[in-house]
Design a binder for this molecule. Structure first.
Ligand code: SP5
Ligand code: ZN
Length: 371
């Protein structure tokens, strides 16, 4: 399988994040992508290439230009405003209750992007746990180019291709970043497919978290189906979207499917959800499927609470490939660094119909039994 990778992700050099007001070791670190790259290189069955520059237009086809300008300038603003921080995190968010009783029209006039960088980050940010550093914008632009180059490979005839995107994307909405995501790589890819191929497309999101950004971007679109299997937002990020009764509006009515799962989800329970998701995709038109691929569903993931093992990723890859659509597979989350390479290798080999021989390394075999 062809893999698109760029070392430009290394510029998004994240060491710490904030969790509930306290600085903690970061989860979304450069080592993640390097682990996956190294494992796929060692496998020998993957052909690597670098992304090509696709410019800004495919980004603003999905995102507010104001978000792009904010992300581009945020680091230099932090510095020129003399805020002595090692990463940017917001000061104040426009919580919707601040405007209770005020009309949408009045709010549109009143709520403006402020000048102070902590306020600007609140205007465009979802949460305080998505650190932005000097190299973030360049890395996020490279991740978009990785996604769009992966689309090119599939439009040129590949049955499947994998984009090793970092930073990830599925929490980024049209006008908002967050959840370690800056530009929504999968949404930009899906939009590009509808524009270039002129056909409807579906997104299958198997990251542990609900892809609130992808759902928001295509909420009213009938030509982009979105289906996500994730932790119930009652207990997990992003908390305020991802419930089963969110099905889309307008032209998008019925084109959004959320499958929230309970803590401790097993391989068997997860595979049943995959079959439901693939059934939903099969009901819609299109020949290409974008996969938002996360491995934070793994049993040992530090921020997840499912109980999946590496061998289920091979099976999931096989079942997704059996959908008979060409696959644009884009990396999202997954934070248990020692297992990431094996999980990716298992999934992608499954998607190509190749067998998976696990390395004799330590791994997770079920909650309570680590060998
Ligand atoms: C792309 C992606 O996977 N983004 C995930 C963003 C999650 N942000 C919230 C992280 C909360 C960490 N909670 C730690 C709980 C430890 N028990
Ligand atoms: Zn995630």
């Amino acid at each position: 399988m062809q893999v698109v990778y760029s070392p430009r992700h290394l510029a998004h050099d994240i060491v710490t994040e904030t969790y509930m007001g306290v600085e903690v070791p970061a989860n979304e670190v450069a080592e993640r992508a390097e682990r996956i790259r190294t494992a796929l290189e060692a496998d020998g069955g993957f052909a690597f290439s670098e992304p090509t520059d696709h410019g800004e237009d495919p980004i603003t086809a999905v995102h507010d230009p104001g978000l792009v300008r904010f992300l581009e300038a945020a680091w230099s603003e932090l510095r020129s405003q003399n805020v002595p921080r090692s990463f940017l995190s917001a000061d104040t968010y426009p919580n919707r209750s601040m405007f209770e009783g005020m009309s949408d029209e009045a709010i549109d006039v009143m709520v403006k992007e402020p000048r102070q960088i902590g306020g600007r980050a609140g205007f465009y940010g979802l949460d305080s746990a998505a650190p932005l550093v000097a190299g973030t914008y360049d890395a996020a632009r490279a991740a978009v180019d990785v996604a769009l180059t992966t689309v090119d490979l599939v439009l040129d005839g590949a049955a499947a291709a994998y984009g090793l995107c970092r930073p990830p994307g599925h929490h980024a909405a049209r006008s908002m970043y967050g959840g370690y995501c800056f530009f929504n790589n999968a949404a930009i890819a899906a939009q590009a497919i509808t524009a270039i191929a002129g056909e409807p497309v579906a997104i299958l999101d198997v990251d542990f978290h609900h892809g609130n950004g992808s759902q928001q971007i295509f909420w009213r679109r009938g030509d982009v189906r979105y289906v996500s299997i994730h932790a119930d937002p009652d207990r997990q990020y992003p908390y305020f979207l991802g419930r089963a009764d969110e099905t889309g509006e307008g032209d998008g009515r019925g084109a959004n499917l959320n499958i929230p799962l309970a803590a401790g989800a097993t391989n068997a329970g997860y595979l049943a959800a995959i079959d439901t998701a693939l059934g939903f995709i099969a009901e819609g038109p299109g020949t290409i499927l974008v996969v938002s691929l996360g491995f934070d569903t793994y049993g040992l993931d530090p921020i997840g609470d499912f109980a999946l093992t590496t061998d289920v990723y091979h099976e999931v890859g096989q079942r997704v490939a059996a959908s008979d659509r060409r696959l644009v597979i884009l990396q999202e989350g997954g934070y248990h660094r020692p297992s990431l390479g094996e999980s990716a290798r298992a999934w992608l080999r499954g998607a190509e119909g190749r067998s998976f021989d696990p390395l004799p390394a330590a791994g997770f075999t079920g909650r309570g039994s680590v060998v």
